[in-house]
Structure formats: C-alpha cells, structure tokens
Design a protein around this ligand. Structure first.
Ligand SMILES: [Mg+2]
Length: 386
C-alpha cells in the first residue's frame, strides 16, 4: 500500500455567544480544525487532526512541507516516516516545539489509522489491546471563570447527575474567588466525586504556592498547568510542597524531551501528553512508558475535536495508567456533529469505538458546510491582557 494523496480540510464552527467560555487560555470564539486525509492506492484513507488552537492556513502549509516524505511511501513504516519528517522538516526548520510537532502529530495519527484500517482492527488492539475493559473513566471539562460559587455548584451537580464522577474547574483569575467556587462545589457533590483544577499557566509561582494549601484542604485531585511551562523549577517547588494534590502539566509540552526535563527534576506528577499535539502515537507511546518507569501518571489533554479525542482514547484504553480522561462538555460541534455516530459517555465512562482504525466515520456534509474563511478561534483573554 502506498500513499497517493495528502489532503487538508480546514473547518470552522462558530460558538454561539451565550456558550463561549473564558479561561487563562483566552476567550473561545469558535472551534476549528485542520482535518488531514491520507489517501492510498488501495482505496483506504487515514485521518488525523492536530490538537489546536493553531493558525489553520499555517497548519495546511506545514502539512504540505511534509508531503515529499509521504507521497509514494508505505504507511506501515510509520516510525521511519516520523523520523524523516521530524528531523527533515520540524526540528531543523520549524523548531522542536509547537505547531510543527502538532502538525506531525496529526499526520502520525492518520498513518496509524491507515495501518489499523488496513489490518481491519481497532487502534487500541494495535496499541496493545484493551486494558480498561469496562470503559475509560472521564472527567467533565470544565466549569469556567464567569460563574458565581452558587452557579458553579449547580453546574457541578448537573454533571454528577449525568453520571460523571470527576469534574474540572478553571481557576487562576482571582484565587479568593477560586476557593469560594471550589468550596461551593465540594459542598454540593458527594465526597466520592473528584474535583480537578486548571489554571492554564495564568498564576505566578508565588500565587500557585499560596493557593496550594487550600487545594489540599479541599481534597483537589490535581492542579493543572498552575504556572508557566517555562518554569520547571517552580513546578519542582510545587511538587515538593504538595501532599495529596497531584501537579499536572503537558498540554503545552512537545515531544518526550520536554517531558524528560520535568521528570528528571521531580517537577511533575501527571503527564498530560496529548497524542494529537505532543508527537502522535509514535512519540506519546514513549512518554507513556517514561511515565510508568518513573511511577508517574499519564492522563492526556484532549480538547479540540472528536478525532483528537478518539486518538487519545484509543491509547488510554490500551494503557495501564489509571484513567482520568478529559471529556469536553462545552458547546463543541466538532465533538458532536463531525462523525456519524458521536461518542457517548455512559455512567461517567466512555469506550473506544470497535470498528477498524480510529473507528469513526466522518460526516462529509458537515465538513463541506463549515469551511474556514479567515476567522480567528480565540479572543484576547485575561491571561493575555495583563
Ligand atoms: Mg488544561
């Protein structure tokens, strides 16, 4: 089997004003994706998507740069293709962190999708077989900044009533309000429900260290992206200061080398390497092993579209790490309408599709009716204004 065509489809779906959310990552105006399609001479296609938000025409141009390695290649030689692209186009040209690695991640997912489709097996089988046999535990992502403590508690309760056993709260704008909202949520949901917090790197080192004792007292499960990912020493200080709360980061780290710096310095408890951003299955499988060897957890970030989500889900399903899988509960039609049979959370758990490859069928009518035409997806948020 050889690759005969590399296509990209740029998709834009506006978020209705009443459903827009704001965190330290900014104000979300739209959902966008660069859907990568690899066609072959055997009539099978593989699909992947870089987990954004990234500039869509830039992603398209970068995938075009990769095409010279892909056209005419056998997609089963995925590790070789990964290295040709990484060393040929990414590390020497685009840089070893950021959008180039994300674009490579989308291509890598499409190559693995092709391999599994050609073999007629679901991806989790190819990645080691299903480990989480009863389904993968999810957490509701997320409760946002603009809610009062009472509203946040009500929203948390709604997720619990839907079957979620874990919920994430966005923090980092005003620590005193964060604590009030956390207290209200903790009071409203049963003690068995885990509460996670995510600051999207918007706190200073001293603010994060100052917030930590309250998070401990309130039994928070993890403290995600507390501070800038450039501050490894600050993460190490948080890891030394924490008792029960896990320090989580990784949605803005790229390749195993970025994670190895955190691991070596004892600056991380939960590695959030995203298959569709950190380097694809080829790279993240190594990160999953590194986490296991270091007695740390791997719980991927995933928050873009259903292809990025289902890619991570297949690897989680085949991984022995305790599952705590991010489930986007915001208004996101790229989760609910892009494929013909949307994934469903039942009793707080989700199972990977059992059809070959990623196991999803794209609704091409939806793709055709949501073309990107120059819109931005993120407005200037609090973290970018100060
Ligand atoms: Mg996050």
């Amino acid at each position: 089997m050889t690759i005969t065509e590399v296509k990209t489809h740029l998709i834009h779906v506006a978020i209705p004003e009443a459903s827009r959310v704001e965190s330290g990552a900014g104000l979300k105006l739209a959902r966008q994706m660069c859907l990568i399609e690899l066609k072959t001479d055997e009539g099978i296609s593989g699909y992947g998507s870089p987990s954004g938000p990234f500039d869509l025409p830039l992603l398209r141009r970068i995938v075009e740069l990769f095409t010279r390695h892909l056209l005419g290649a056998d997609p089963s030689h995925v590790a070789h293709l990964w290295h040709c692209i990484y060393h040929g186009e990414v590390s020497r040209n685009l840089g070893n962190r950021g959008i180039g690695v994300a674009a490579l991640s989308g291509v890598d997912v499409a190559l693995w999708d092709l391999r599994a489709r050609a073999l007629g097996v679901p991806l989790f089988e190819l990645l080691g077989g299903r480990y989480h046999t009863g389904g993968v535990r999810t957490y509701a992502s997320s409760i946002y900044w603009d809610l009062s403590p009472g509203q946040a508690a009500e929203e948390a309760l709604r997720y619990v009533e839907k079957g979620f056993t874990a919920i994430k709260l966005k923090v980092g704008k005003e620590p005193r309000q964060d604590i009030e909202r956390l207290k209200a949520i903790r009071k409203s949901v049963a003690s068995g429900v885990e509460v996670l917090v995510d600051a999207n790197q918007s706190l200073s080192r001293s603010e994060a260290l100052g917030l930590l004792p309250a998070l401990e007292d309130l039994g928070v499960y993890w403290f995600e992206e507390p501070i800038s990912v450039d501050d490894i020493e600050g993460h190490r200080m948080l890891c030394q200061a924490r008792r029960r709360v896990r320090i989580a980061t990784g949605e803005n780290l790229y390749t195993r080398y970025a994670f190895s710096d955190f691991i070596r310095q004892g600056a991380i408890d939960v590695l959030q390497a995203d298959v569709s951003r950190t380097g694809g299955f080829t790279e993240v499988r190594g990160i999953v092993e590194a986490a296991a060897v270091s007695h740390l957890d791997w719980n991927p970030h995933t928050f873009n579209d259903v292809l990025t989500t289902v890619a991570n889900l297949h690897l989680v399903a085949a991984s022995p790490h305790p599952a705590m899988f991010e489930w986007d509960v915001t208004h996101n039609e790229l989760m609910t309408k892009l494929i013909k049979q949307p994934l469903k959370v039942r009793n707080g758990q989700v199972a990977p599709p059992a059809d070959p490859g990623l196991g999803v069928e794209i609704d091409w009518d939806f793709v055709a009716s949501h073309p990107w035409s120059g819109e931005v997806s993120i407005g200037l948020g609090y973290g970018m204004r100060r």
